[in-house]
Design a protein around this ligand. Structure first.
Ligand code: ZN
Length: 220
């Protein structure tokens, strides 16, 4: 039988939680006084779940099932993977690489939280880059789009998919600068791309990231 490797993190909690980190390592969160043998027994009962989760991490970006809002699942936020931990908290707390969510939290509540964060951060970045670029967008709204990350209307109303909150900030910045450039250029001509490049010289890295992580952003 193959032995399961894991690290134990003890804290003032009541039950055991298994977390698979970004590198597919198993971390066992356990109560302070729980004996090692009890932990080992728990882990061995969860062997199948652990190996499935570890395989998913190994193919990160290839195929990912919808995220369930429960301890042990993980979710992308601002380009990093966060382990979901259900706990007795009032609202979502970001702590290290963990997203601590209230016990009764369900997927809809997590999506609402993502949308709130998306609006705050996108508005900040739009204000920053609109200032740098000397353009003035009209309304800023969120969309439900799964592949169209942003758009700019004829009247310069900007729409952004709330899902882009899962991207690293550098990628969010690219999407913001892309749409702000459409205020001046309503097409994707050479002048448009020259404008984007002036503001973000390595914008192609962001395009690459979006191509590689598209599927991962479709998990909630
Ligand atoms: Zn465009």
């Amino acid at each position: 039988m193959q032995e399961i490797m894991y690290q134990i993190v003890r804290s003032d909690r009541k039950s055991v939680a298994l977390v698979i980190d970004n590198d597919a390592n198993l971390i066992v969160r356990a109560p302070l006084l729980m004996p090692d043998s009890t932990i080992e027994e728990f882990v061995s009962k969860k062997k199948r779940w652990i190996s499935e989760k570890q395989k998913q991490v190994a193919v990160f970006g290839e195929k990912h099932p919808p995220v369930a809002v429960k301890t042990g699942e993980s979710i992308m936020y601002l380009g990093s993977s966060y382990a979901i931990i259900k706990d007795n908290v009032e609202d979502v707390e970001v702590s290290g690489n963990e997203l601590i969510v209230p016990d009764q939290f369900v997927t809809d509540a997590l999506i609402s939280w993502f949308k709130e964060q998306a609006l705050i951060i996108i508005k900040e970045r739009v204000t920053l880059y609109a200032g740098i670029m000397g353009v003035k967008p009209e309304a800023i709204k969120l969309s439900e789009a799964k592949a169209r990350w942003g758009s700019c209307s004829a009247k310069n109303n900007l729409n952004f998919a709330w899902r882009i909150i899962m991207c690293p900030l550098s990628v969010i910045d690219y999407i913001v600068v892309h749409e702000l450039s459409h205020i001046t250029y309503k097409n994707h001509g050479a002048a448009f791309w020259a404008r984007v490049k002036t503001i973000l010289p390595s914008y192609e890295d962001a395009q690459e990231w979006l191509k590689d992580n598209r599927k991962l952003m479709d998990i909630i």
